[in-house]
Design a protein around this ligand. Structure first.
Ligand SMILES: *[C@@H]1O[C@H](CO)[C@@H](O)[C@H](O)[C@H]1NC(C)=O
Ligand SMILES: *[C@@H]1O[C@H](CO)[C@@H](O)[C@H](O)[C@H]1NC(C)=O
Ligand SMILES: *[C@@H]1O[C@H](CO)[C@@H](O)[C@H](O)[C@H]1NC(C)=O
Ligand SMILES: *[C@@H]1O[C@H](CO)[C@@H](O)[C@H](O)[C@H]1NC(C)=O
Ligand SMILES: *[C@@H]1O[C@H](CO)[C@@H](O)[C@H](O)[C@H]1NC(C)=O
Ligand SMILES: *[C@@H]1O[C@H](CO)[C@@H](O)[C@H](O)[C@H]1NC(C)=O
Length: 618
């Protein structure tokens, strides 16, 4: 008999703080403005956001308008920190924020929707309005974002021959059901209807995808218009490559571009002018930094260069969105991956070397940017909120709870799936995340005796989020042979680890009599108390190899210090308790040191790793 264990997870709503009543700041103000405008001039319509092809600018309520914006992804920031991050963005002088909506974060299974707690996108949008920020919304359906499968739900692959991001009817049917749920929540928030959303992006960098299917873009345009109305400004974003602008743009969608501080600004906007000879210049993703891949150097971009490029663009009258202004964290299993010559998984940290750090602290880069902005528009009155306090909780000893294979009954309560041949995760109808080292070591010598059991633990390290290969199946994709004979009759255990841990396991369960060894995949537990106050902290993994960390049931993401460059995981204060012990659970996949412990520090650590030297380029 052969046993396959498939590491997976289920999506369970994270229980955030109690609902805060929606409070919109803008509508009241809007009424006053409307009255004023009507007295002095008959046209244009009150509350309008439009393109002016003659003056090459946007017009807001009829007046020329230019935005300076920054990206923030609510799915990468714990809900209790949303207000703090948005306030810091507002105080930096931004007029708008740019926001992605990840489809797979909200529709975990076909027709099952989750907009609660950390997923309450409407509460997030309420906060932007309350703080006086406009919103540039990017609802996908594909978003890239270095997010698991670019925001597309992996369940789309239950139909193995589906052609994603195309006019394949199976794909369009799923997209349309989703848009019919999402866009009605958005419509009343559009600027024209009294809200703060000034523009909505359709798809994302579609020109970079091989399909180049205009029927698909045309279909999306129809759905967005039908659900959002005829007035909202719809746009696309692509790189400055002519081929990408050819496939990514469509009549009826305003074409914008993206490029970073390393690019020639004149040439880049020249590329936009090839497809939009008139209208506002827009850089929808001006890269303030870059993402990190496991096993590569920690990305960094000079503040001076970012600030100079911003100033040059603003001098030209261009509209700029800075990607990212605050990157945040790929909690749980949400990190995506890229495929450039090989599979490249993205780290848990999405710090991005952005103006607001992963923990939400203003950096030197933020102040350099704010100084540039102050030359073009007035900064809000008042101080920048300070960095949130951090605390070194120090060393916390952990004890082995159980080998992973001894708790399959808890993690897979429905029992094993029997299959003659291995199945993909999608065929088992499980969501999960991440894969084995598919472009690393791929052969292994196994020794054993006749009749031995082969256990295979499969980990999904994130589905590819960019390029032609986003139909990224996970699991055991092929057959396995012993010599010349095909191994068959598999028992497959999809592991719902998150579900068990959110329900209090293993802390609330009976202690296990596990063997003392620390080799192989196993769970470890421990507790620590905070001295009266819960502050943000960063946890280091001395002597650990690779795995996942939960505190009080919150999945803080993957650690992999031997690969780097990320050496610590960010622990936001909102997951910590002050009045009772904090329960730590670690799933170590490879092996821990004999006296395992964690070290809580007051700052993050990154380093370059010695084995890999390639620098991220895009
Ligand atoms: C940018 O490109 C333009 C046009 O090709 C060129 O004239 C200019 O010198 C370039 N600027 C820089 C800083 O390289
Ligand atoms: C897609 O993946 C396959 C197999 O991993 C690889 O051979 C191919 O080059 C990839 N294609 C692109 C466009 O990256
Ligand atoms: C595994 O082998 C069986 C029997 O030859 C075959 O039907 C099946 O398609 C194979 N699966 C894969 C993924 O190659
Ligand atoms: C923490 O562990 C204790 C047992 O040590 C348990 O009673 C409690 O429910 C756990 N709390 C959480 C939030 O898991
Ligand atoms: C990375 O940094 C950590 C701590 O700062 C250090 O222990 C480790 O040896 C470093 N690893 C590499 C590969 O440089
Ligand atoms: C990676 O680098 C470390 C430190 O130099 C070394 O011990 C290890 O063998 C290297 N691993 C690989 C796969 O090259």
């Amino acid at each position: 008999m052969v046993v396959v264990v498939v590491s997976t997870f289920q999506f369970v709503p994270y229980r955030g703080p109690a609902e805060r009543p929606a409070r919109m700041g803008l509508p009241a103000l809007a009424l006053l403005l409307v009255a004023g405008v009507l007295l002095t001039q008959a046209s244009p319509p009150a509350r309008s956001f439009q393109l002016d092809y003659e003056k090459d600018c946007f017009r807001k309520d009829g007046a020329p308008f230019r935005y300076i914006s920054g990206s923030i992804h609510y799915a990468r920031v714990p809900r209790p920190a949303w207000r703090d991050r948005l306030l810091k963005m507002y105080m930096s002088g931004l007029s708008a924020v740019q926001v992605y909506i990840p489809w797979n974060y909200h529709e975990p299974l076909p027709g099952v929707y989750d907009f609660a707690g950390d997923r309450d996108v409407e509460a997030f949008l309420d906060l932007t309005a309350e703080l006086g920020l406009l919103v540039i919304l990017r609802p996908g359906p594909y978003i890239c974002a270095e997010w698991e499968m670019g925001g597309l739900p992996a369940w789309l692959l239950w139909k193995p021959d589906i052609i994603l991001r195309s006019s394949d009817p199976a794909y369009l049917a799923a997209v349309d059901s989703w848009l019919h749920v999402l866009l009605p929540k958005i419509k009343p928030r559009l600027y024209q209807y009294g809200g703060n959303i000034i523009s909505v992006q359709v798809e994302n960098e579609y020109g970079s995808y091989y399909a180049c299917d205009y029927e698909y873009l045309q279909h999306l345009l129809g759905s967005f218009r039908a659900l959002l109305g005829s007035e909202v400004l719809l746009f696309t974003t692509d790189s400055t490559q002519a081929e990408e602008l050819r496939c990514g743009t469509l009549q009826g969608l305003y074409a914008t571009i993206d490029f970073g501080p390393g690019s020639n600004i004149t040439e880049s906007f020249g590329a936009q002018r090839q497809v939009e000879p008139k209208g506002p210049l827009v850089n929808s993703e001006y890269y303030t930094g870059w993402l990190d891949y496991w096993g590569e150097v920690h990305a960094s971009t000079s503040s001076a260069q970012v600030a100079q490029g911003l100033e040059d663009m603003l001098q030209m009258g261009a509209n700029v969105n800075m990607y990212m202004f605050h990157g945040g964290t790929n909690f749980a299993y949400w990190s995506g991956a890229d495929f450039k010559d090989q599979y490249k998984p993205v780290t848990t940290s999405y710090d991005y070397d952005a103006p607001l750090s992963e923990a939400g602290d203003p950096t030197e880069k933020l102040f350099a940017i704010r100084t540039v902005i102050s030359k073009f528009q007035p900064l809000p009155v008042g101080p920048m909120p300070p960095a949130t306090p951090k605390y070194s909780y120090g060393r916390v000893a952990l004890k082995k709870y159980a080998d992973l294979l001894s708790v399959l009954d808890v993690l897979c309560p429905s029992g094993a799936i029997q299959s003659q041949f291995p199945l993909t995760f999608e065929a088992i109808k499980q969501e999960y995340q991440g894969t084995l080292e598919r472009d690393g070591l791929t052969t292994l010598r196994v020794t054993g005796r006749a009749g031995d059991t082969l256990d295979v633990l499969l980990e999904n390290m994130g589905r590819i989020s960019f390029g032609a290969n986003i139909s990224d199946f996970k699991g055991m994709l092929g057959n396995i042979s012993l010599g010349s004979s095909l191994l068959s009759n598999w028992l497959i255990y999809p592991l719902a680890i998150d579900t068990a841990i959110k329900q209090g396991w293993p802390h609330a369960a009976q202690p296990q009599s596990s063997n003392g060894g620390t080799a192989g995949p196993a769970f470890y537990t421990g507790t620590f108390e905070t001295p009266g106050i819960a502050w943000d902290t960063f946890v280091k993994f001395p002597g650990w190899s690779k795995g996942q960390l939960w505190i009080n049931g919150f999945n803080l993401g993957r650690y992999w210090p031997s690969r780097g460059p990320q050496q610590t995981l960010f622990v936001p204060s909102s997951v910590l308790h002050v009045d009772r012990p904090n329960n730590i659970t670690v799933l170590e996949l490879e092996g821990a040191s004999p006296a395992p412990f964690l070290l809580f520090l007051d700052k993050p650590l990154f380093n370059r790793t010695l084995n890999h030297s390639t620098m991220a380029t895009k």
